[in-house]
Design a protein around this ligand. Structure first.
Ligand code: FRU
Length: 483
């Protein structure tokens, strides 16, 4: 594999010469150049945070998957390391697909899916997928150990192993598509990461449209277990499930050896345009953190013109509420990025717009809006706006529909459409917003909801506007930081 890794690393460095600053993130994980999708193998190992990701180093499009690799002390500042895995063996020759990482007594073990196209590349009707192991003693260089788990008869789509240790035994969930094209999550266990035994089908969809559950993850949170996965095939329903594929979770009760008893049905994690294949890991202090791919299959990706595509979301802390909802909050470590603090108070607008003249290329905002005195038909913020306000991502209250909307129709090249959530109850609306060169992440009322969407404004000289149409907007205060 070494020669292939060297070749991949050289290819990325060559492509990186074409990467421009305009869309490239300042504080999100991205490849130096080339393509990325899912986060893989998120793990705290030997005092450092490691994140791997699905990566194609030879150009800006998806191709035979490698594992890219970054490392961090704080989950905020990431450093690129050499590519960790390249397809090289019969069993993974068309891709080292998604998987996970564990600390096996000081050895860093990657468990990933070896993917092979049986007809032609891209033809999903005939594939072979098996789970494979690779290990490293220094956390940088990996040696493949071969196949550790093959699918049962009748199953071809069998991928994205997530492994964890519990009560001295290893467990693994794997996403699958059964012989009748029904999506399921299968559970296995092992004493040594090498021999795996089938335990149970942890969950199987009852939605007749869902044919596959990709990227499962299973972990305790509060007094429950969360089973998260990315279902393929779910149809849009009103304001919900509007992306190409979704990602969400079930809440339930479980202990080894017994069935998973669902207490709360499927809910989406995020309500923006770009949030897929999230994975979780445990931080050094026990917080359960989640990171996703902040893109969507088949979306426009104008950064491809600069020879790269794909970013990962900000790390988010997961919290389970009493009513069985997983809320996501940006991790507190992100505060270390803050510069140039500004505070604006009591901004009152009536049927007008105001340029706040805040440099918004890479910034964080906390905005408190008084809903009792916001009467405008539409009122809110234009983020990443051009100086004349013509180009922007609109984040606004729709007082007629009683919803909060993120509309990226005017947010630059290739993107369109809006997403919305019910306007939360209460008198104050709290918006916590992160803007990077080509993304917006909005956390609403301390993580009750979030929107994550990519934007591609063509203007790098970006500001923030407030606006109110046909009525008033009262903003109690705005805290702002350049990042
Ligand atoms: C999810 C996914 C996984 C697969 C990987 C391939 O986005 O389709 O199921 O392992 O991407 O890159």
């Amino acid at each position: 594999m070494k020669a292939l890794l060297d070749k991949g690393n050289q290819a990325v460095d060559e492509l990186a010469k074409y990467v421009k600053d305009r869309y490239y993130p300042a504080y999100h994980i991205a490849a130096k150049a080339g393509w990325i999708n899912d986060p893989n193998g998120l793990v705290y190992f030997n005092g450092k945070y490691h994140a791997f990701f699905q990566h194609y180093p030879y150009d800006e499009n998806w191709g035979p998957m490698h594992w890219g690799h970054v490392v961090s002390d704080d989950m905020v500042h990431w450093q690129h390391l050499p590519i960790a895995l390249a397809p090289s063996e019969d069993y993974d020759k068309d891709g080292c697909f998604s998987g996970s990482a564990v600390d096996d007594n000081g050895t860093l073990a990657l468990i990933y899916t070896g993917h092979v196209w049986l007809k032609e590349a891209g033809d999903d009707s005939a594939v072979r997928e098996v789970q494979c192991l690779a290990i490293s003693h220094d956390g940088i260089h990996f040696e493949k150990q071969g196949v550790v788990l093959t699918p049962p008869d009748g199953i071809m789509h069998f991928r994205d192993p997530k492994v964890w240790k519990q009560d001295g035994r290893w467990f693994m969930v794997v996403g699958a598509r059964d012989a009748n094209d029904v999506g399921q999550v299968r559970l296995y266990s092992s004493a040594d990461l090498r021999q795996w035994q089938f335990e149970q089908i942890l969950a199987q969809t009852d939605d007749p449209d869902v044919y596959m559950m990709e990227c499962p993850d299973f972990f305790p949170l509060g007094d429950s277990y969360i089973l998260m996965f990315s279902p393929q095939g779910m149809k849009a329903k009103g304001y919900q499930y509007r992306n190409r594929f979704q990602s969400g979770y079930l809440v339930g009760k479980w202990q080894a050896g017994s069935e998973f008893k669902i207490t709360h049905q499927f809910a989406e994690f995020d309500h923006g345009h770009d949030f897929y294949a999230p994975q979780s890991f445990e931080a050094a202090d026990g917080r359960r953190i989640l990171i996703s791919w902040m893109d969507m299959w088949e979306s426009a990706m104008p950064s491809k013109a600069d020879k790269w595509a794909g970013v990962l979301s900000l790390p988010r802390e997961t919290i389970l509420t009493k009513d069985g909802k997983v809320i996501l909050r940006p991790i507190k470590e992100l505060e270390s990025l803050r510069k140039d603090e500004k505070k604006l108070t009591n901004l009152y607008l009536t049927k007008t717009q105001q340029n706040l003249e805040l440099c918004a290329l890479q910034s964080e905002l906390m905005v408190n809006i008084d809903l009792t005195r916001t009467t405008a038909e539409r009122a809110g913020l234009k983020l990443a706006a051009s100086a004349d306000g013509q180009q922007a991502a609109w984040l606004y209250i729709d007082n007629q529909a009683n919803r909060l909307v993120l509309d990226r129709t005017l947010a630059g090249e290739g993107v369109a459409g809006y997403r919305s959530i019910p306007l939360p109850q209460g008198n104050t609306l709290k918006l916590h917003i992160f803007v990077d060169h080509s993304s917006v992440e909005v956390f609403i009322n301390d993580g009750e909801y979030s929107f994550s969407s990519r934007i591609y404004p063509t203007n790098n000289d970006r500001t923030i506007y407030l606006f109110a149409e046909n009525g008033d907007l009262l903003v109690n205060d705005i805290e702002y930081w350049a990042l």
